[in-house]
Design a protein around this ligand. Structure first.
Ligand SMILES: *Cc1c(COP(=O)(O)O)cnc(C)c1O
Length: 383
């Protein structure tokens, strides 16, 4: 039976990794699978990315990293507080981005207690004033990291930065960030560090700023087919991996002037059929998309009528008495004419990342093209 589901085409992930690597001379690609692989299932996306040549994984915390440690590639985490359990042997193999002097001290203490040398990436703030080390402290950070390396507590395997305007053509910001990054790398090397991985480029810069690639790309959104600049994926050669769908659970006839849904503030303009789709804002549909977004039902786009409710949404079927049980596609790759997640993001005044990461666990994940991956407990083969 058809149920509400997020179908994830892992062949699209494979395609996207190949596409992203083909546009770059960078040797390595770190596949960012934070927030459960942008809602697609971290292990499944990671497995497909590794099979396609990704050489590492990236997430936020030690807790996000731990379940991925058995996949056979280094896992980097970059958002651990100073008080994180750096001494825990279970996560001693997770690579950690170090973002301040206090943070470095905490990581060193943890390594001393766990007895495991910690692989770290020194993370410099290249202009976002968000995460990363304040450039004022960079020389000291590098010098102390080198001292800890000599003592056997650390190995500095990377230097990283992050671009704040990678989603547009804002060359001026790019250039400034890139200069800060290369200067930071020079300082690190000058102080005796030899990082193997230099990484500044996430999806946006991977797609359109080759000068910022260095030797390692660090991409998340692009893996699952999102271009952060808002360009439809197909235009930049990416394939969206996710399709959100559900059965139409009920169909009814309405006459002009009747109201649909909460608030009684949407009246239908003419007689016809409406269909009920069992997905609402608690399933990740942005409520701001009410009364104007579209879904794909029975071979056509159908407009959402009235407010999107917590669990359900009504669509206008016009003259078509669609059979209950028919598939309603909220968004998909767009190949059949169905809306894309990019369109849903625009209808909801947000970005595709937020739509995808907002789809909760109650919407089943179905992974297609799983191949030799058998590690996810909700993996299904192509039907
Ligand atoms: C999320 C994140 C990425 C991935 O960015 P995308 O634009 O999704 O490719 C890379 N680096 C850091 C530090 C991040 O937080």
């Amino acid at each position: 039976m058809l149920t509400p589901r997020l179908t994830v085409d892992l062949a699209a992930v494979t395609h996207n990794v190949t596409r992203l690597r083909a546009g770059s001379t960078a040797r390595d690609l770190v596949a960012v699978v934070k927030a459960d692989g942008f809602g697609h299932g971290a292990r499944a996306v990671a497995g497909a990315a590794i099979a396609a040549g990704a050489s590492g994984l990236g997430v936020t915390t030690l807790a996000e990293a731990e379940p991925l440690l058995d996949l056979g590639v280094p896992v980097l985490s970059w958002l651990n507080p100073v008080g994180a359990a750096f001494e825990d042997p279970a996560t001693a193999d997770v690579e950690v981005a170090v973002t301040s002097l206090e943070h470095l001290a905490a990581v060193v203490r943890g390594a001393a207690r766990s007895g495991v040398r910690r692989r770290v990436h020194l993370f410099v703030d290249t202009g976002m004033n968000r995460d990363g080390c304040d450039p004022v402290d960079w020389v000291t950070l590098c010098a102390r990291a080198r001292g800890a390396e000599r003592c056997g507590y650390l190995e500095v395997v990377g230097v990283m930065g992050h671009l704040g305007c990678a989603d547009d053509e804002n060359e001026r910001h790019h250039r400034a960030a890139h200069l800060r990054f290369t200067a930071a790398v020079r300082v690190a090397r000058g102080l005796g560090l030899s990082p193997r991985h230099l990484h500044l480029s996430a999806t946006g810069a991977t797609l359109r700023t080759p000068g910022a690639h260095h030797d390692t790309l660090r991409v998340g959104a692009g893996l699952v087919g999102i271009d952060p600049s808002g360009v439809e994926a197909a235009v930049c050669g990416l394939r969206p991996a996710a399709t959100l769908s559900a059965p139409v659970v009920q169909v009814r006839r309405v006459v002009a002037g009747q109201h649909v849904g909460y608030g009684h503030d949407h009246a239908v303009s003419r007689d016809g059929w409406v269909g009920l789709v069992p997905l609402g804002y608690a399933d990740g549909l942005p409520r701001a998309a009410s009364d104007h977004a579209e879904m794909w039902v029975a071979g056509r786009r159908r407009r959402v009528l009235g407010w999107i409710s917590m669990d359900q949404t009504v669509v206008d079927l016009g003259d078509d008495a669609v059979a209950p049980g028919s598939e309603a596609v909220v968004f998909g790759p767009g190949e059949r004419g169905e809306p894309t997640v990019q369109e849903w993001a625009e209808w909801g005044s947000t970005i595709p990342h937020e739509v995808l990461t907002g789809i909760p666990a109650r919407v089943a994940r179905v992974h297609l093209g799983a191949g030799n991956l058998n590690s996810s407990n909700h993996m299904e083969r192509a039907a």
